[in-house]
Design a protein around this ligand. Structure first.
Ligand code: CP
Length: 323
């Protein structure tokens, strides 16, 4: 693997999932693979899971991880080519990225979208500029439109559940991605990325449900069944992935906040005793009720814990490619 920006960087999803599960059963299996190498974790936005799980993953491979909170501690970066830098930005990415590349063997970057201009966000300018100028392999820690480490984790977690309790009556699990209410506009990244990965994986009967006018880009959802009827979508589901996103078409808006879209225990009753997933952080009793989050159906802690093994599999694949 040369970089990890989307599912398109992965040649064999099942092999990567299996590698993550190998690391889960034996975290130090490749404890010297990254010896004498350094990985830089650059955050332009906040994080709990992504930051710490990637640090732990790197340590398990013998790599030194250094975190840089660019948003709080770095110079304000300019990403636009040819910009006349008379405003608030202090350093151009053209100047900063090669320097970062010289300090590290691998760079990981989190850059959220502005949610103001869809064309700008969906061009993935920030992460593309890092890749263009840094000269070392790049791993996305969540970009403007995608969150691939989260999505790999999600497939690992689904696969792990299926291995522990195989479905007896179905060839493929039914996976439902359902929109949930939220108090502020959120990016489409997690939903886009989950849809992209589940479609590429091909191991599921995949349904996406959301209110009218919350369609995601078909670049990611093609292959899924889409419905505005949440109850219908939930029927016989084996996994329910809960996530809010703001509108894509009329970009970055909240049109709808009907609390009836929150997943409750009553709605779990429509499913095949589904496992409930969420990338976290979650707004309790807005996106998901306490009764669901605190029930045995919820696998959100297992899912978040699996972030380490997904990150470790990805870093290891890039290390092997660059030996
Ligand atoms: N799911 C996820 O990416 O969590 P953090 O934002 O805390 O890293």
């Amino acid at each position: 693997m040369k970089q990890f920006i989307s599912v398109n960087d992965v040649t064999d999803i099942n092999a990567l999932v299996q590698q993550a599960l190998v690391y889960k059963s034996n975290p130090l299996a490749d404890r010297t693979l990254g010896a004498d190498k350094r990985i830089g974790l650059l955050f332009l936005n906040p994080s709990l899971r992504t930051r710490l799980s990637t640090q732990v993953a790197a340590a398990n491979l013998g790599m030194e991880a250094i975190v840089f909170n660019v948003d709080k501690e770095g110079w304000a970066l300019e990403f636009e080519e040819g910009a006349i830098m008379s405003g608030n930005t202090v350093e151009h990415i053209k100047d900063a990225a090669p320097i970062l590349g010289s300090y590290f063997n691998m760079l990981c970057i989190r850059t959220f979208p502005s949610l103001k201009n869809r064309e700008d966000d969906y061009s993935e300018l920030y992460i593309s500029q890092f890749i263009k100028y840094c000269g070392v392999p790049v791993i996305s820690l969540e970009s403007a439109t995608l969150h691939p480490l989260q999505s790999l984790t999600d497939i690992v977690t689904i696969q792990e559940c299926l291995m522990a309790a195989p479905l007896l009556t179905k060839a493929k699990p039914k996976i439902v991605l359902t929109w949930a209410p939220h108090v502020k506009p959120l990016p489409q990244c997690v939903a886009n990325s989950f849809a992209q990965w589940v479609n590429a994986w091909g191991g599921a009967d995949f349904v996406i449900t959301h209110p009218e006018d919350y369609e995601l880009s078909t670049n990611f959802t093609n292959g899924a069944t889409i419905t505005h009827n949440q109850d219908e979508a939930l029927q016989n589901a084996d996994f329910v992935y809960v996530k809010n996103w703001s509108t894509y078409t009329d970009y970055g808006k909240i049109y709808e906040n009907d609390p009836r879209w929150m997943l409750t225990e009553q709605k779990i009753g429509l499913t095949n005793n589904a496992k409930v997933m969420h990338c976290l952080p979650v707004r309790r009793n807005i996106e998901l009720s306490d009764e669901v989050l605190d029930s045995p159906n919820s696998i959100v802690t297992q899912q978040a814990a699996n972030r380490v093994w997904a990150a470790q599999a990805v870093i290891a694949a890039i290390l092997r490619n660059n030996k």
